[in-house]
Design a binder for this molecule. Structure first.
Ligand SMILES: [Zn+2]
Length: 504
């Protein structure tokens, strides 16, 4: 009995090499590579993904009928994703599935080119050769047994990667196809939950008011020049009048999905259940005459997806970006949406701008012209950079936030308007051996908060501004936001009191 089917093994190696070079490697096209170490990092990731591809090809190739049906699908998906990854710097995400399924023929034609078709046809030809080879030259006995063994090995391998946390296989070809389809079709498509609207009272609503809530990402309070940081990270905001920074806001949770429901709903440490059974302030603003919009430079996390759908208009300005894309991914894409989504701007308008802010990989989220603090990071693995590099790259994102907020303010300056920036959580920059977020340490639990108001707003609500200035050094949890934002818009929600309201 032969233990190894050498002919089949050779076929598998060739099919894996084709996949690795043409479909997996392009996914790493924009990864930073400028040292031997960073090159080894990227090659290691490509290798890890290629092992997953090898095991799946083992399953697909074991039975020649399965090969003939599944391998062409593999070729078309792999080729198309690699094409968009290299040409457009977008990757396969649940948001991309959403966009693809809801596109119209005109939009679809806009992204289909002859180059794409030629590239896909080329890979269908290669795929045809592999199928012909498999059918005419290779015999695999007990193919179903091989398929079962292959599936078990694949499952074991993909799950074992959790011990190697920096290798995120499910985000890469071929695992990303199954993973993101699951997220989209299973997680997001459930019946919308029935959420109740908390009681509220209209108090002193203005006839004309624009409120912009900038939902920040991983911006820590102590890296703002406005809060006494020694570097000039917020020079534009420091120059502006009517800017109030609140340096003592604390978040109980330390990653986006957990933080957002506490910011958007009445949920707090006592009533955690509100995040599941109550709607957000967006619904209340909509009921009280505001035209609402959720403009996002991130994606739609399941814990806050239902709040997004409370908005009248939803725009994802970069649906194909994931944190595994290392090319430029800038928040200024939101500025165009802010100006164009409603024209002319309704008398009462409310916008959420969900930014990507200071998320890792920091250099991707700051244009090169603003990367003033040098040297910056050079390796996609956080810990392969020095603390100095990390801090420089991080501070550059804060400098870019300064530019971004200044531009948002500029867009609403002449109106009766309020811009409220609140980051979801902070970020660790090597303190106590911690990096990124998700840790319960001060840098991560103390997100930045900045409020700007127009002169017209101050003239209309002098007491609120007086209270804001008086409260600026008090300590709040991010729970403050729900009540404060509504109160600033002339609405008092049940449960509102001074402990929760920066404008009281
Ligand atoms: Zn976050």
């Amino acid at each position: 009995m032969r233990w190894v089917n050498w002919k089949y093994l050779l076929w598998l190696v060739v099919a894996t090499l084709w996949t690795a070079v043409c479909f997996i490697a392009p996914d790493f096209i924009d990864n930073p590579v400028n040292s031997l170490r960073s090159l080894c990092t990227v090659l290691g990731f490509i290798g890890a993904c290629s092992i997953a591809a090898f095991l799946l090809l083992y399953v697909i190739g074991a039975n020649r009928y399965v090969t003939a049906v599944v391998l062409p699908v593999w070729a078309v998906l792999g080729a198309a994703l690699a094409f968009y990854r290299v040409g457009y710097h977008v990757t396969f995400t649940p948001m991309i599935i959403d966009v693809t399924l809801h596109t119209n023929p005109e939009e679809a034609m806009g992204v289909i080119s002859w180059q794409l078709i030629a590239w896909v046809v080329l890979h269908l030809v290669i795929c045809g050769v592999l199928i012909w080879w498999r059918w005419t030259r290779i015999n695999v006995n007990r193919s179903w047994a091989h398929m079962i063994v292959g599936l078990l090995l694949f499952t074991a391998y993909v799950n074992a990667k959790y011990s190697l946390t920096s290798i995120v296989l499910e985000q890469r070809f071929p695992c990303n196809i199954g993973y993101h389809s699951y997220i989209y079709f299973v997680s997001f498509q459930r019946e919308p939950e029935t959420r109740v609207v908390p009681n509220y009272e209209i108090k002193d609503q203005a006839d004309s008011l624009t409120v912009v809530f900038v939902l920040g990402e991983a911006t820590r309070a102590d890296h703002l020049q406005l809060n006494g940081y020694e570097r000039e990270t917020t020079p534009l905001l420091a120059e502006r009048r009517n800017v109030v920074s609140l340096p003592h806001i604390f978040s109980e949770h330390t990653f986006t999905d957990a933080c957002l429901p506490y910011i958007l709903t009445r949920a707090d440490s006592v009533h955690t259940e509100y995040q599941y059974n109550e709607c957000s302030f967006i619904r209340i603003l909509g009921e009280t005459g505001f035209t609402t919009a959720w403009l996002s430079n991130q994606d739609k996390g399941k814990p806050y997806a239902s709040f997004i759908s409370e908005s009248d208009t939803v725009v994802f300005v970069n649906a194909g970006k994931s944190i595994y894309v290392y090319s430029q991914w800038l928040d200024e894409a939101l500025l165009g949406a802010l100006d164009s989504v409603y024209q002319p701007r309704p008398a009462r308008a409310f916008y959420v701008l969900h930014t990507v802010g200071s998320h890792w990989y920091y250099n991707s989220h700051c244009p090169e012209a603003l990367q003033r603090f040098q040297p910056t990071t050079t390796n996609r693995v956080v810990t392969n950079n020095s603390i100095e590099q990390l801090t420089n790259s991080y501070d550059n994102t804060v400098l870019y936030l300064d530019y971004f907020l200044d531009s948002v303010i500029h867009s609403v300056e002449d109106q009766c308007a309020l811009v409220l920036f609140q980051s979801d959580h902070g970020e660790a920059l090597g303190e106590e051996g911690c990096y990124l977020h998700g840790h319960e340490i001060p840098g991560v639990q103390n997100p930045a908060c900045v409020v700007w108001y127009s002169d017209k707003y101050a003239a209309l609500y002098p007491d609120k501004i007086k209270a804001l200035v008086a409260n600026k050094d008090k300590r709040y949890r991010t729970d403050y936001l729900f009540y404060s934002l509504l109160f600033a818009a002339g609405i008092e929600a049940e449960g509102d009191n001074t402990a929760y309201n920066i404008f009281r």
